[in-house]
Design a binder for this molecule. Structure first.
Ligand code: AGP
Length: 627
């Protein structure tokens, strides 16, 4: 596989940002405290219960608690457990409600397991187990794994064989960490469809959902591959063997990562999301400068892809916020590179049997690089012979490994569940890619290219200007916090930014928010307009401004409160309630970044006034690894 990186290859942190979090430690020292610390580094993923289990004096001890990690910490204060071998888990409920009985680890007397993913054939397996007399303690799919291993152990199989045989019966996705009552020196891990990393410490070994969870104790990380089983033992020394899905010993490279251990800190901000909003001048500068030769104003993107084919179609595929970045890019690819660009939701693309062929280049955009719908869509495109490009924020993620080519966004680890700096970095990469293709296809001349690249190099400063005074967003947030419904509108590239603004408001404040193409409002949605439904218009003074102003007036005349984000200082209108947020003047390119940061701030401050959980909004996970 041509594993091609355009930007500086970094042995980065695999923040496989999954819904559940796994930590496991085999050590010469007590592990309970560090299991909990590891879980705290996985909290950002979103979860609703947590638990740990250890092996000590041939007994498995387990503690679990609903809700936030503090509940588990309190329980362990009252009822501590010991051991130099243990597993821990933060659970985002899929099968079975978010209760203690469904919290991991799941166990029998002989074996305990933590699991990330979904066992798709669990009902069949559960029925067989129940018919054989097994009594289930939970509603989870995971528990079938525990009982299958337990039954194999009872039949005299070794732990290694018991696990190997059990895994062959499972369908679906799993990352597992497994401990055994009789073996206080044995830890087994397995990966299929959910990431799992092996950490190599001093006289101890680790398993984690991502390398970052292990960062305080080791920088030596081995990324397990699909189908791998790792058997870790502490005899005289600490050692491990990795078996591939055929049961053959394999060697996987061990990487020495430069991990930002302190990325878990909020750096003085009240929320990770606020910190990441304010990081954008820096993260945009990192991403943009990694792709532009600033001295000669030339693109540094040089993908080994021939974009000259006149019959080429670009197909952008993504989910959520990344999908809105794709919708924005469609305008750039078609306007500047004159290349046909289709945009699909990954969850639709993978099931609509799309017409794909060798004239299609499929681009997959993802912060985590692990979203299952997007990953499945990527694999579908590959199976149809399409060339694939992944634009991803997490190095070493599954999409980076699966795609023919990749471009890294250099936003750094994004902890807030609501994506901010990763989105603006995606816009930067997509914008530069569109210009790079346009330049190669000669649909823009060199002078224009240099002008556009110069504009992009100015984007971090413009974004910094927006963030110089956020009091306007704070005041607007107070006003919006009492709303039940909010409408967003925009034209051209302002429309997908309006969509992103509506999503940010929805996911952070739980206020119902919808975005429409400004010209579309009168085709039905204007029926929603009333004096209780504020309208937020994304209206930079660009070629679409006059028409957008008319659409705003149509809404104002029906009594709706009007909020206009614009750089037109003179813009005004008579309406029952009118707010204008003045933003820096810029080119259409740069406006996307300016108004993106503005709508992020609107959502953040509204959530602050509403008192919702900004970093871990209800029901959400950082990346969606289930369908
Ligand atoms: C972003 O604010 C949302 N939390 C969500 O829509 C996210 O963008 C989506 O799940 C896609 O995630 P990805 O970029 O990691 O693939």
């Amino acid at each position: 596989m041509d594993f091609y990186s355009t930007t500086k290859e970094t042995a980065g942190i695999e923040l496989g940002v999954y819904m559940c979090g796994i930590i496991a430690i085999l050590s010469s020292k007590p592990v309970t405290g560090r299991l909990v610390e590891g879980l705290s580094r996985l909290e950002y993923r979103g979860y609703d219960s947590a638990g740990v289990a250890t092996v000590h004096e041939n007994t498995i001890f387990r503690k679990r608690a609903e809700g936030k990690l503090q509940s588990l910490k309190n329980l362990l204060q009252e009822e501590p457990i010991s051991g130099k071998l243990g597993i821990g888990h933060t659970r985002w409920a899929t099968h079975g409600s978010a209760t203690k009985r469904n919290a991991h680890p799941h166990k029998t007397d002989r074996v305990a397991v933590v699991h990330n993913g979904i066992i798709e054939n669990y009902q069949l397996l559960k029925n067989e187990l129940v018919n054989s007399g097994v009594q289930f303690q939970s509603d989870t799919d995971t528990e079938v794994v525990v009982h299958l291993i337990d039954q194999a152990l009872q039949s005299g199989k070794t732990p290694e064989i018991a696990v190997t045989e059990t895994l062959k019966k499972l369908e679906g996705a799993f990352a597992l960490a497994i401990i055994f009552k009789e073996n206080s020196n044995l830890l087994i891990g397995a990966r299929k469809g959910s990431p799992l990393v092996l950490g190599i410490g001093e006289n101890e070994l680790f398993l984690g959902s991502d390398a970052w969870a292990l960062a305080p104790w080791t920088q030596k990380i081995c990324y397990l591959e699909e189908g791998d089983i790792v058997i870790m033992k502490h005899d005289i020394a600490f050692d491990y063997v990795i078996l591939n899905e055929d049961g053959q010993p394999v060697t996987r490279s061990v990487r020495q990562l430069e991990q930002e251990v302190n990325v878990a800190s909020k750096g003085g901000y009240s929320h990770f999301m606020l910190k990441e909003i304010f990081e954008q001048p820096k993260t945009l500068a990192n991403t943009i400068s990694s792709l532009i030769d600033e001295k000669n104003l030339k693109s540094l993107i040089n993908l080994p892809i021939d974009f000259s084919n006149e019959r080429l179609t670009l197909r952008l595929v993504a989910c959520g916020t990344s999908y809105y970045a794709s919708l924005t890019a469609k305008y750039w690819f078609e306007k500047y590179a004159r290349i046909l660009c289709e945009v699909d939701l990954a969850s639709e693309f993978r099931y609509r049997d799309p017409v794909l062929g060798r004239n299609d280049i499929c681009i997959f955009i993802s912060q985590s690089g692990e979203t299952s719908d997007t990953l499945a869509a990527l694999n579908l495109a590959k199976s149809r012979g399409c060339e694939t490009l992944a634009i991803v924020n997490v190095p070493e993620s599954s999409m980076i490994r699966a795609a023919d080519h990749h471009i890294l966004t250099l936003a750094g680890p994004e902890i807030g569940v609501a994506s901010t700096k990763a989105f603006s970095a995606q816009l930067a990469v997509l914008c530069l890619l569109a210009l790079d293709i346009a330049s190669k296809r000669k649909t823009i001349d060199d002078a224009t290219m240099k002008e556009f690249l110069h504009e992009l190099l100015e984007v971090p400063n413009l974004v910094a200007k927006v963030l110089q005074d956020v009091s306007v967003f704070d005041q607007l947030g107070l006003r919006l916090s009492c709303s039940r419904d909010v409408l967003f509108i925009g034209r051209g590239t302002n429309y997908p930014i309006a969509l992103e603004g509506a999503l940010k408001l929805k996911e952070l404040t739980y206020i119902h928010a919808e975005a429409y193409a400004a010209g579309e409002l009168k085709h039905g949605p204007i029926a929603l307009v009333d004096k209780l439904t504020p309208l937020i218009a994304i209206a930079p003074k660009d070629s679409w401004f006059e028409k957008t102003a008319s659409n705003i007036q149509e809404v104002a005349s029906r009594g709706a409160p009007i909020i206009v984000l614009t750089d037109d200082a003179n813009f005004n209108m008579s309406s029952s309630e009118f707010h204008k947020i003045l933003l820096p003047t810029s080119s259409p390119f740069s406006a996307c970044f300016i108004y993106t940061v503005a709508v992020q701030c609107v959502a953040y401050y509204t959530a602050l006034h509403k008192g919702t959980d900004v970093d871990q909004p209800r029901n959400l996970a950082k990346s969606v690894t289930v369908e």
